[in-house]
Design a protein around this ligand. Structure first.
Ligand SMILES: Cc1cc2nc3c(=O)[nH]c(=O)nc-3n(C[C@H](O)[C@H](O)[C@H](O)COP(=O)(O)O)c2cc1C
Length: 182
């Protein structure tokens, strides 16, 4: 089977980000026919129409290219005040602007949170936002609640969570490989 090229975007700037650890777990647990690559969004400028008019910034162009050439995108996002962190929303805002290369690209979200609400707020808002954009939205997202119980002393996800993430990505990969509904 042809290898699937997925992109991971992390919506946290923290060096010790648990959501970045979730992305590492996803990369380590990915099936042989799936390549998941982390693409940085921390250095994107804030969306600004004046800046855009002068020319799309290089980092934004690169994001459009990486996403547009991918077979799917997984956002690894914390939940801030029941919603998306500005870093993540900013990346989506830029992607929604020309050259809008994310059209038809499969998208989903994984959110690791400390509490038991498993990121219902951020995942719900993600679905609301993306439903209005021309991406192929996977009908599942994954919440990794109570992350303190899921990571080891080095902050890396333990085997059971790596397997849970891998299973989810397997289902997302099947969706990405399937024919889009007419
Ligand atoms: C401004 C702010 C708001 C937060 N709001 C929520 C929230 O609504 N729900 C939640 O589960 N955690 C919330 N948290 C806690 C984050 O989930 C937690 O800090 C998480 O570790 C951040 O992800 P990271 O480790 O990838 O940076 C909030 C944290 C911050 C800084």
């Amino acid at each position: 089977m042809e290898s699937l090229n997925l992109v991971a975007l992390v919506g946290s700037l923290r060096v010790g980000s648990v959501n970045r650890a979730a992305a590492r777990a996803a990369i380590s647990g990915a099936a042989d026919d799936v390549t998941l690559t982390l693409h940085p969004i921390a250095d994107l400028p804030f969306y600004n129409g004046d800046v855009e008019e002068q020319g799309v910034p290089t980092a934004v162009e690169l994001l459009h290219d990486v996403v547009g050439e991918s077979d799917g995108v997984i956002l690894f996002s914390p939940e801030y005040n029941s919603s998306l962190p500005a870093v993540m929303k900013n990346a989506i805002d830029w992607l929604s602007r020309p050259p809008r290369r994310f059209e038809g690209v499969p998208f989903t979200m994984i959110s690791a949170t400390p509490g038991g609400r498993v990121g219902l707020g951020v995942r719900g808002h993600f679905v609301d936002i993306m439903s209005h954009l021309p991406v192929r939205l996977f009908d599942e997202t994954l919440g990794l609640g109570r992350y303190f119980d899921r990571v080891d002393e080095n902050g890396e996800f333990t085997e059971a969570s790596v397997a849970e993430i891998a299973e989810f990505i397997g289902r997302f990969a099947d969706f990405a490989r399937s024919e889009p509904a007419a």
